[in-house]
Design a protein around this ligand. Structure first.
Ligand SMILES: [Zn+2]
Length: 397
């Protein structure tokens, strides 16, 4: 923790207008009045920023050189953003978690995986270290983590201070200033940083591109998105292509389509319309590197690994909605840059779900991610029939 500008307000004592609209990725916020405003379920079993910092430093110390931990940037409130690098292979896998601070299981899973891959000398883990370079960025939005909310902690004034060309421009559409029973962005605003990415990794903010919209690219106005972008570009310089990008999120509670079975997590490899289609023509400059088939194979590697754990609840994996056009997400931007991309949407955001089933969900996610890592390390993922992706059951929403 480097600096602290102000005291955080974690929840609002004031109930305001119901039915307020917020962007609908992951679980939309249902802003219905709630008389038990202050009684959000406990989340103390999850990892705080300080705990993560300590844990990563300890892993680095005890990994006998297998894990390299580096501070690669700072959140707007001055909290460290870490990168843990494991392995020396020529295939590179970037995995991030908690881009939304109320989506916390991914960080638990990622930390466990860093420990295991970095310190376990089984043939499987040794193979991962030899064949892959795994770059893990747990908790990339630590200000939101500490507030247990989706958005960053940053005002539009801070953006225009950083980018004076935006003076007088309407704030970006993903700037939160609302208040509801869960969060008080009115007195403590912030951004959905998962709309701040742009497939043009060298983009600088232009006044004409504001306020923008969900189906348009972002601007890299938040230091958190800039940090991830810089890591991604660094890996591109080193490896040419970032082969795989995995983003660990949470969604609401759903069932598998046509059943009563609760979803454990949903997967997806599709975040923008294909550049070769009419709808995706605006992305035609990325058509050569966009590799949807590989994304589908990676998703299948995760799906198959979890299916092999046996039946319910681990078997209850579904597809996330496939008709998205979200170039401002990290997944959308990096997929257009040629990364095989995988979205995990784990059940239950912390403001309503708390830490229920935390251990079980963590194991399911780890199994899925290990399925991808093993498939990439052995090369077997490229043998999977990408068409099978369409057989993954839909989510009933
Ligand atoms: Zn999310």
């Amino acid at each position: 923790m480097k600096k602290r500008k102000k005291l955080a307000l974690t929840c609002s004592a004031v109930l305001l207008s119901a039915g307020m609209l917020v962007p609908t990725y992951d679980a939309p916020v249902k802003a219905k009045p709630n008389p038990v405003t202050m009684n959000q379920p406990p989340v103390s079993g999850f990892i705080s920023h300080d705990e993560l910092t300590r844990a990563l430093n300890q892993v680095e110390r005890t990994s006998q050189g297998n894990v390299d931990v580096e501070v690669v940037g700072y959140s707007n409130q001055g909290r460290e953003i870490h990168k843990a690098t494991i392995g020396s292979g020529d295939k590179v896998v970037l995995i991030q978690s908690e881009i939304h601070g109320n989506e916390k299981v991914g960080t638990k899973a990622l930390l466990e995986m860093i420990k295991k891959i970095g310190s376990n000398n089984s043939p499987e883990m040794r193979q991962l270290r030899e064949e892959l370079t795994i770059v893990a960025m747990p908790m990339i939005n630590p200000d939101a983590t500490e507030l247990n909310r989706r958005g960053t902690e940053m005002t539009w004034d801070e953006v225009t201070n950083e980018f004076p060309q935006l003076e007088g421009v309407e704030p970006s559409w993903n700037y939160y200033t609302y208040q509801n029973q869960y969060w008080d962005y009115a007195s403590n605003p912030g951004f959905d940083m998962n709309r701040d990415f742009n497939p043009d990794l060298d983009y600088t903010p232009q006044p004409a591109d504001f306020p923008g919209s969900s189906s348009e690219p972002g601007w890299y106005i938040t230091p958190e998105a800039q940090t991830v972008r810089d890591v991604y570009k660094g890996l591109q310089n080193q490896f040419d292509t970032v082969d795989v990008f995995i983003d660990l999120h949470h969604q609401g509670e759903y069932v598998i389509e046509g059943t009563e079975e609760p979803v454990t997590f949903s997967l997806s490899g599709v975040f923008v319309p294909h550049p070769d289609t009419e709808e995706g023509e605006k992305y035609s400059e990325y058509a050569d590197q966009y590799n949807l088939e590989y994304s589908k194979q990676l998703n299948l590697a995760a799906y198959d690994a979890v299916q092999q754990m046996g039946n319910s609840p681990f078997g209850n994996i579904s597809l996330y909605p496939q008709d998205l056009d979200l170039p401002g997400t990290a997944l959308g931007s990096f997929a257009l840059n040629g990364s095989g991309s995988v979205l995990f949407e784990i059940t239950g955001q912390t403001q309503s779900f708390g830490q229920k089933k935390m251990g079980q969900l963590r194991r399911a996610v780890e199994t899925g991610v290990f399925g991808i890592l093993n498939g990439v390390a052995t090369g077997e993922v490229s043998d999977l029939d990408a068409e099978r992706y369409n057989d993954i059951p839909e989510t009933e929403r």
